[in-house]
Structures are given as C-alpha cells and as structure tokens.
Design a protein around this ligand. Structure first.
Ligand code: BJW
Ligand code: ZN
Length: 250
C-alpha cells in the first residue's frame, strides 16, 4: 500500500480518524521514536536546522576514534548536551505513549533517543537502542553507572578501577547491544501495528526496523513534521508535530 498523506502543518481529520480506528483495534503495537519527539521539549534534533551537529562534525565527536583522539573535547560536547537536557521535561507526546502502554498488553517502545525523557514520563516497556546520556561506562572495567552530574568534572574517572569513563552511548561504527537489538526486531516482527515518530530514518540498524515490521504484515503509521525515506512505504503518513498528533490518536 502507498502512503496516504497530507502536506501542511497538520494532518487532516480523516487521516487522524483512520489512524485512530487502526490503533484502537490493534492488539499489539510497537512504537519507534527519534529526536523529533523531544523537539517540542526544547531538545535539539540531530539533523534539523538547529541540529546538534551544526557547530560540530559528527565524525569529530560521535565515534570511538574521536574519543581516543580527544576525550576532553567529546566530553565537553556531552557536558553541553547534559546541561541543555537538565531542565527539559517530557511533552504531551511522551506522556501519550505512557497512556498507550497502559492500555495494551502487547506494547513496546523502541527509542533511538538517549535523553531519558521517555523514562521520565513513565514509559516502562522500552528499549533504548543508542544508550543513555545519563549513564557512564568505564573504558577499562566496562562498569556502567548512572551519573547525573551537570557539569561532570573532566576527565571523569571510574571509582572502581580509576579508568577513563565514557558516555554509555552507541557511537558510529559501534555495535548496538545485541540483546536490545534482537528484542527490538522481535517487537516489530510480532506487532499488528507500528508507529514511527520523529525520526529521519537515516541511521542503521534502526532504519531496518520498519521494513522488518512491514515484511511481517504490520500496519505502519508515521508521524513526522516532514516526509522521510519511510514515507512512500508506510500505510498512513501524518505530517505535523508529535505532541499535537499523538494525543488525538487514542
Ligand atoms: C519532528 C518534530 C516534531 C522534528 N514532531 N517530528 C547501512 C547503510 C549505511 C550506513 C550504515 C549501515 N549500517 C551501519 C551504517 C553506519 C552507521 C549509519 O547508520 N550511518 C548513516 C548515518 C549513513 N551506523 C552505525 O554506525 C551503527 N553501528 C553499526 O551499524 O555498527 C555495525 C557493527 C557491527 C558489529 C561490530 C561493530 C559495528 C551505530 C549507530 C549509532 C547512532 N548513534 C547516534 C549518535 C549517538 C551520539 C549521541 O547521541 O550522543 O544516535 S547518530 C544520531 O542519529 C543519534 C540518533 O539516535 C540517530 C537517529 O536520529 P533521529 O532520531 O532520526 O534524529 P534526526 O535529527 O535525524 O531526525 C529528527 C526527525 O524528527 C526529522 O525527520 C524531523 O522532521 C522530525 N521532527 N521535530 C515530529 N515536533
Ligand atoms: Zn573501571
């Protein structure tokens, strides 16, 4: 099926009603979110006009090689992001996914976001594909620990072994956690309906989740301000802000 979509600031009512009917009757739903869902909380996205990469080149910062070369520079970037995030709150879109989870036996939320806003909103059945900016990992003993210091004193060291700490985040060229990835594929391959919210669909392997759901016959709904590489292949494409559209759907 090709995408049924509108252009403009807000998806029209008939599309909203159609999405609503599918969502209300679905027994299992898996949702994939990206930076767009946190945009209305004031968190910059990665590739938008005010994207996080704007003043930096991604390959200078979000790779293991960059960290080896200059851990302080990479940590300064994360300190800056942690500071931005420290006063941010979940918005209506995060909250509405918590509500959806409470209504369904079979629900999974897969997020590419590292900002922790889904957890703050109360989401439980959740997989964080790219890690968590509020955790640190020791490069020597691999211990993972929660850390909410803003700013973190640089360079940070492990309390157990003294090794250098790094953000507990999946950088380019690094493998995703095998268990989280395989559970995420199970969740999309077994759901009746998949929603994709606020992601550009450019980053792999997360970008393979939608085709995997579609191959198993799931009904796919996309919610995004813009069209994406997914848009031609989804069943319903709702253009607009996640925080305005999601609360209308259930
Ligand atoms: C709104 C909105 C509103 C705005 N409402 N919508 C196959 C093909 C090509 C390349 C590869 C491939 N396989 C692997 C690669 C390489 C690479 C990759 O994908 N590169 C591409 C960029 C080309 N992938 C990897 O390296 C991955 N690792 C890997 O594959 O390892 C293999 C391996 C196996 C075994 C051993 C060793 C290695 C790892 C990828 C990790 C990505 N991590 C990042 C950065 C982390 C750093 C950090 O956060 O600190 O995660 S990349 C960055 O992009 C971040 C995000 O989670 C991710 C996705 O971005 P997202 O969420 O889609 O954000 P945006 O900004 O792109 O889009 C926002 C969207 O919201 C837009 O569409 C807006 O329109 C919309 N929007 N406001 C609704 N209010
Ligand atoms: Zn250690």
């Amino acid at each position: 099926m090709t995408a049924d979509s509108t252009r403009g600031s807000m998806a029209d009512d008939s599309l909203i009603q159609s999405a609503r009917a599918h969502i209300v009757s679905a027994k299992s739903i898996t949702v994939l979110t990206g930076a767009g869902i946190s945009a209305d909380s004031g968190v910059p996205t990665f590739r938008g006009e005010n994207g996080l990469w704007r003043d930096y080149r991604a390959e200078d910062l979000a790779t293991p090689e960059a960290f080896e070369r200059n851990p302080r520079l990479v940590w300064e970037w994360y300190n800056w992001r942690r500071e931005i995030l420290s006063n941010k709150k979940p918005n209506e879109a995060h909250h509405s996914l918590v509500h959806l989870e409470s209504r369904l036996q079979e629900f999974r939320l897969i997020t590419q976001n590292v900002d922790g806003l889904h957890r703050l909103a109360g989401s439980k059945k959740m997989y964080e594909l790219h890690g968590d900016i509020w955790k640190v990992r020791c490069t020597s003993c691999q211990l993972v620990a929660a850390n909410h210091d803003v700013p973190l004193l640089l360079p940070p060291h492990c309390r157990t072994c003294g090794g250098l700490l790094r953000p507990h985040i999946v950088w380019f060229g690094e493998a995703l956690d095998e268990q989280i990835l395989s559970k995420s594929f199970q969740a999309v391959e077994s759901c009746e309906l998949m929603m994709i919210v606020g992601t550009s669909g450019l980053v792999y392997p997360a970008a393979m989740l939608m085709p995997a759901a579609k191959a198993k016959g799931a009904f796919i709904i996309e919610i995004n301000l813009d069209s994406t590489p997914y848009s031609p292949d989804v069943d319903l494409s709702l253009q607009g802000r996640a925080k305005e559209i999601l609360p209308l759907l259930y």
